[in-house]
Design a protein around this ligand. Structure first.
Ligand code: PLP
Length: 405
């Protein structure tokens, strides 16, 4: 671990002051290992270059009619074309946003407003906090929210979703494609095709998908899909929403007429150009080595750390492992690993300085105690096998030590 680092922990917030070595992998301090890609992926070199390029020459307001404005607008046109060509969609079906949190609000609230007489929304217990809270808000206004449970593998059941979705009553279905917590990948293709046949709009939280598993919206014909740039190597504060042509949707937030009247606010040209560059690179990257790397890591953990368990199973993101250790609080393990130079994540949601057990893990049938014992390891391109070897050695050492302490 870098000696210049001084850490201070305030509730759930880790404030780190330290020198960043420019030459190090992903700009990490020397000796650090980053295994929390599902929280944020490091900025891709190509995305950083694109950001600088658009920042240098495309800084004008893309809605201005003058030449400088048109240069900025050209970056947006190209970005929309990239989103379309990488996903099998049309450029006009993409709206650029400030991130998935905004995209999810826009998709759900915009579709609910467009179908006010069908007041049932079907979702799952595996959703990210944003979807959970937007739907809880609608529930408070009298909408019926049907939450389909998860199997022990962490996936929602396609059959249960379809059984709950009736064309006369269901305004929309909102589902997570791949879980940020366990990596579970549910059967979106079958559900998307059947819901299209029933003419029920489907919103997919696809945030964890690009660059990890195939991301094609012609193969998976969802009506809406939400993305966040920083999960695939773009900067934070930029995202996208796919709105299929002729989808039932009305604009949810007042403001200017940017994004063809579908979103107000001056466009983040540099961020959007950077995000499109990152997406184009992420979706063609060779990730075939990840699954075996992850499986090998998991089987060595299970063999060498007594009382260890894999959380979830079945079809999963190739670079995500959720692991549980009997008798060990994930927050204590996370902080111990952090002291030893390794960044992972815990299975607990950090809310107002309090750690609640993850509703997703509870939804899979874990007890609150078990949910508090779960850590998430997630990696990406640039992770090397020795990163996971070192983590394994640390787990072998630290898990029994924490149990004894
Ligand atoms: N959905 C999923 C599955 C996520 O993992 C995240 C981020 O953690 C979000 C939505 C929200 O994304 P953002 O915070 O970038 O708006």
């Amino acid at each position: 671990m870098g000696t210049s680092r001084q850490g201070k922990i305030t509730g759930c917030i880790l404030v780190v002051m330290g020198k960043i070595s420019e030459g190090a992998r992903f700009g990490l301090e020397p000796g650090r290992i980053y295994l929390d890609w599902n929280a944020t992926a490091p900025l891709r070199a190509s995305a950083r270059e694109a950001w600088l390029e658009a920042g240098a020459v495309g800084w004008a307001n893309a809605n201005s009619l003058h030449r400088e404005g048109r240069i900025a607008a050209e970056f947006l046109t190209r970005a929309r074309e990239t989103f379309a060509s990488t996903t099998g969609t049309s450029p006009g079906e993409w709206v650029f946003t400030s991130g998935a949190t905004e995209s999810i609000h826009a998709a759900i609230l915009g579709c609910a407003a467009a179908r006010p007489t069908r007041r049932r929304i079907v979702t799952s217990l595996g959703e990210h906090a944003v979807v959970r809270s937007v739907l809880a808000g609608l529930e408070g206004q009298g909408w019926e929210i049907v939450r389909v449970g998860l199997g022990p593998d962490g996936a929602w059941s396609a059959q249960e979703v379809l059984d709950a979705s009736h064309p006369e009553t269901t305004g929309m279905v909102s589902l997570i494609w791949a879980s940020n917590e366990t990596g579970a990948v549910s059967e979106v293709e079958e559900v998307a095709k059947e819901l299209r046949r029933r003419r029920i709009p489907l919103h997919l939280d696809a945030v964890q998908v690009p660059g990890r598993i195939p991301f094609g919206l012609s193969v998976v014909p969802a009506t809406f899909a939400s993305l966040s740039g920083h999960k695939f190597g773009a900067p934070k504060g930029v995202g996208a929403l796919f709105i299929r042509r002729a989808a039932p949707w009305t604009r949810w937030m007042a403001g200017g007429e940017q994004e063809r009247g579908r979103r107000g606010g001056t466009s983040n040209v540099a961020g959007i150009h950077s995000m499109a560059t990152a997406l184009a690179e992420a979706v063609v990257a060779d990730v075939s080595a990840w699954n075996p790397l992850r499986d090998d890591f998991e089987s060595r953990v299970l063999a060498r750390v007594p009382g260890s368990h894999r959380v979830g199973g079945g079809v999963r993101l190739p670079q995500t492992s959720a692991l549980r250790f009997d008798g060990v609080e994930s927050s204590a393990l996370l902080l111990r690993l952090d002291d030893l130079g390794i960044a992972v994540s815990s299975g607990s949601a950090c809310t107002s300085g309090r750690t609640d057990p993850s509703p997703v893990l509870l939804g899979m049938g874990l007890t609150s105690g078990q949910a508090h014992q779960t850590i998430r390891v997630s990696f990406g391109d640039g992770t090397i096998p020795s990163d996971l070897d070192l983590l394994l050695d640390r787990l072998v050492q630290e898990v029994p030590a924490l149990r004894g302490s």
